[in-house]
Design a protein around this ligand. Structure first.
Ligand SMILES: *Cc1c(COP(=O)(O)O)cnc(C)c1O
Length: 315
């Protein structure tokens, strides 16, 4: 079977212009349309991990995430495709059935539930047991780590290629920031291209500062070290003003943003990530009086979450 990097996942995702915000032109990079398992940034990252897994002859994969995790859906789906046994460690406290958790089960993944404060011991014990009888590969929650960062360095380069071809320069790039790997990749992409004119703004969907920003900084540093870069690193903009009470929490304004986006542009957002971030971007633009700029929003996916939202009479 072909290694995943040979399949269509590596074709650049489209960038389309949508309705403007004030005087600003808004564009969306549709990573939600990546052609594997409902797409999203977790699909983009997963290809890089599975490239390493398949080359290394591993026979099982262990990862971590909640029952609503897009990452777990994609990893379980890819493990199924390549015939690997997949273990998903999940906190038992927050475990509710979602479209993502139904899909994870349907891919035959083994779900290992543990209390939140015993997750890391559970992972260690599982890896230890599996190592005695097989060759397991561990992926951090959310596809965190240098390979996940690399996926978004490459996405950054896709953005630059598009700009060159279309004679448009994005003054800002916004996106939903969680573990910070997506942001770290975009920032590293800019650093390595010597691109320091534009701002890359991560809208935190859960983590408050200073920790949220520190994690992004650490990921940037780790990646740049791995490619032997020793120049300057820009200040990271990780804005925690729009977390609305934390992971999965939302407000009527976010609902309205999602409804508007669907009606006006036919693009599904979700309340946990992209809807929150798009609303946050709108507020950021107003607050900072941004005018007459070209702004790119990276749609990081999460389509199954959109259906959870509408099931709860969201629209
Ligand atoms: C995981 C996720 C994010 C956050 O990505 P990070 O790389 O962890 O910051 C954003 N949007 C969606 C839809 C996600 O599933």
């Amino acid at each position: 079977m072909d290694l995943p990097q040979k399949n269509s996942l590596f074709k650049p995702t489209i960038i389309e212009q949508i309705s403007s915000l004030g005087d600003n032109c808004i564009f969306v990079k549709r990573d939600d349309l990546l052609p594997f398992s409902f797409g999203g940034n977790k699909a983009r990252k997963a290809v890089y991990f599975f490239d390493e897994i398949l080359r290394g002859g591993y026979d099982s994969v262990v990862t971590y995430g909640s029952s609503s995790s897009n990452h777990c859906r994609v990893i379980a789906n890819m493990a199924c495709k390549y015939g690997l046994i997949c273990y998903i460690v999940s906190p038992e406290e927050e475990y509710t059935e979602t479209f993502n958790s139904i899909l994870v089960k349907s891919f035959g993944a083994k779900i290992v539930k543990a209390p939140l404060d015993e997750i890391s011991q559970t992972i260690d014990a599982l890896m230890n047991d599996l190592s005695k009888i097989s060759k397991p590969y561990f992926i951090q929650g959310g596809g965190h780590g240098n390979l996940g960062t690399k996926a978004y360095v490459d996405a950054y380069n896709e953005i630059c290629d598009w700009e060159k071809e279309n004679h448009i320069y994005f003054d800002y790039i916004f996106h939903a920031s969680g573990t910070g790997t997506t942001q770290a990749g975009l920032v590293c992409g800019a650093v390595l291209k010597g691109d320091n004119k534009r701002q890359i703004v991560g809208i935190s969907i859960a983590r408050p500062n200073p920790r949220g920003k520190q994690v992004v900084e650490q990921s940037v540093q780790d990646y740049l070290e791995s490619v032997n870069y020793d120049g300057e690193v820009p200040n990271i903009i990780f804005d925690d003003s729009y977390i609305c009470g934390g992971y999965g929490k939302h407000t009527p304004e976010i609902k309205e943003t999602i409804h508007q986006m669907l009606c006006q542009n036919g693009i599904p957002l979700n309340a946990t990530y992209t809807g929150k971030a798009f609303w946050g971007m709108t507020e950021f633009i107003k607050k900072n009086n941004i005018k007459n700029k070209n702004i790119l929003f990276v749609h990081t996916g999460g389509s199954p979450l959109f259906f959870n939202d509408i099931k709860e009479k969201f629209l």
